[in-house]
Design a protein around this ligand. Structure first.
Ligand SMILES: [Zn+2]
Ligand SMILES: [Zn+2]
Ligand SMILES: [Zn+2]
Length: 180
């Protein structure tokens, strides 16, 4: 199974899946924060006192048109979005959407990968330009950010449509619907 993943990743140019479910990082114990999948946690620590969320340019040189929005505070272990309070989650999405609008007008898209394919435990929403050709028939139309779901397992990708948003859920890898 592992080999199939590696071959699939090589063929599709996808990042190698690094399961963050075993992440046991705890900001009060610096020795637990040294794992590579916790590097964004360390970046978040440098943003203390700057408000609830911060923005990072994706540092992958192959993704020059991507940004990340991250909470300053840490969740536990793999930092699941469904463990945030509703108010926190809504503000998290709003921050990402506002950044998307600022960069791409009404062509923005936001994506949250499922934890099975995340390479970083610290919660992060990918922000970019939505690839129209990636549109699929599997979506839920919602009118407000408050109606965005918080799936425990899969990822989410969301883009604007007249009168509201398409919420596409069910896949692990979500960020590939955004221009790199
Ligand atoms: Zn971690
Ligand atoms: Zn963290
Ligand atoms: Zn759609």
């Amino acid at each position: 199974m592992k080999w199939i993943c590696i071959i699939a990743a090589l063929c599709c140019g996808l990042p190698l899946a690094a399961d963050v479910s075993q992440c046991a990082c705890d900001p009060s114990k610096p020795e637990t924060m040294k794992a590579r999948e916790c590097s964004l946690c360390n970046v978040a620590s440098q943003h203390k006192g700057e408000g609830k969320f911060f923005v990072l340019k994706d540092n992958n040189p192959r993704k020059p048109n991507r940004w990340l929005v991250l909470p300053v505070e840490h969740g536990e272990g793999p930092h699941h979005m469904h463990e945030m309070s509703t108010a926190e989650r809504v503000e998290f999405w709003r921050t990402a959407i506002n950044l998307g609008k600022e960069k791409f007008g009404e062509e923005w898209g936001v994506a949250y990968n499922g934890w099975k394919v995340r390479t970083q435990c610290h919660a992060h929403i990918h922000v970019g330009r939505f690839i129209r050709a990636a549109e699929s028939a599997q979506y839920r139309f919602v009118r407000t950010v408050e109606q965005f779901p918080a799936p425990e397992d899969a990822g989410l990708w969301i883009h604007p449509v007249p009168g509201g948003f398409h919420v596409h859920a069910g896949e692990q890898i979500a960020e590939t619907v955004l221009v790199r």
